[in-house]
Design a protein around this ligand. Structure first.
Ligand SMILES: Nc1ncnc2c1ncn2[C@@H]1O[C@H](COP(=O)(O)OP(=O)(O)OP(=O)(O)O)[C@@H](O)[C@H]1O
Ligand SMILES: [Mg+2]
Length: 310
């Protein structure tokens, strides 16, 4: 029985290649590409698997690229279930210019999801029994209503699952009003939610509390990149510093952090232990190249350091 379900509404085939120098108007010689399945929820499921926790990834896929995506996901150490769509699953391109060590990330638009297709996904979730955690991560695909995550929040309440959400903009705002168990905005996303250009760390507590009270949310974890995170509940305010690490790639730091927190939630850990482990996983992810996410042994070392600070 699935206890943890992650959702990826706009998955992608991530194609990575290396090139000497990115020069216009020339034929460029790239190395043999590496193909990986990408998208917020998929990353959360991959990171959970690295931590030793089983989850299922539910995602949309379609067209000939969707078939490739399904093959790629089958190679990962995760459970998965697709919801079929007519459109072609999108492809992204990641080019590393080796002469400068700069990474160029080309993101393409995803296919438009038809009403019946997204309704199918909602129906799949609504009939799931025994689901304890529902994790939404990433942007909405074209065609999805702006209140899509808010609808999921409603379904989560109905089936008695805890909803964990990492997204931005209006979809985040709408869902927060409906009620989300754990929200993980970064500070920019939180500012945006409050209709502000930017936010000072001293303002986080007040703003997070407003969200908690208005939407009956349980926890808001505001990530601060290399500064770590601030965790707010109705009764708690915990500042968690991030360790200094040798940063290689920040791809998936947020998703690894979410995975860390879900891992702890599934073990019924305390609020503080949830936050500290999340930061440890986020920072551990930055120590690896590309889309490797966090390694369990790094997480354990960093967690031990964080525990001494908080
Ligand atoms: N440079 C860094 N050094 C150490 N830890 C970091 C660094 N950048 C990010 N982290 C860790 O990752 C967590 C999440 O990072 P961040 O606040 O950048 O999330 P995000 O903006 O949602 O990222 P993403 O781009 O993955 O969505 C931080 O709380 C921290 O633990
Ligand atoms: Mg993020």
């Amino acid at each position: 029985m699935t206890k943890i379900l992650t959702l990826t509404l706009n998955p992608s085939i991530d194609k990575s290649t290396n090139i000497d120098a990115l020069i216009p108007e020339q034929k460029l010689r790239c190395t043999t590409p590496k193909y990986e399945p990408g998208g917020g929820g998929i990353n959360v499921s991959r990171a959970l698997s690295k931590l030793g926790t089983t989850s299922k990834a539910l995602y949309f896929s379609g067209g000939h690229t969707g078939e490739i995506f399904d093959e790629l996901i089958a190679l990962e150490n995760i459970e998965y279930q697709r919801v079929a769509i007519k459109g072609n699953t999108r492809e992204n391109m990641i080019v590393l210019e080796t002469s400068s060590n700069k990474q160029y990330r080309f993101g393409m638009d995803g296919p438009t999801i038809e009403t019946q297709e997204w309704q199918n996904l909602l129906d799949e979730i609504a009939k799931m029994q025994g689901l304890e955690f529902l994790v939404g991560s990433g942007s909405l695909a074209p065609g999805l209503p702006v209140d899509f995550y808010a609808r999921l929040a409603k379904i989560a309440t109905k089936i008695n699952a805890k909803f964990i959400l990492d997204t931005s903009g209006e979809p985040l705002q709408a869902a927060a009003k409906e009620g989300v168990y754990l929200l993980k905005p970064n500070i920019g996303e939180l500012a945006n939610m409050c209709g502000l250009e930017e936010l000072r760390t001293e303002q986080i507590k007040e703003k997070a509390l407003e969200i908690i009270v208005k939407g009956n949310c349980k926890m808001v974890v505001v990530s601060l990149g290399p500064q770590g995170a601030i965790l707010v509940t109705k009764d708690e305010y915990i500042k968690i510093p991030a360790p200094t690490v040798k940063k290689r790639s920040t791809v998936g730091a947020g998703d690894s952090m979410v995975a860390g927190m879900v891992h702890q939630l599934s073990k019924a850990k305390s609020v503080k232990e949830i936050g500290m482990f999340g930061v440890a996983c986020g920072s551990a992810a930055t120590m690896n190249y590309g889309t490797e996410l966090c390694k369990k042994e790094d997480v354990e070392t960093l967690y031990a350091w964080i525990e001494k600070q908080v």
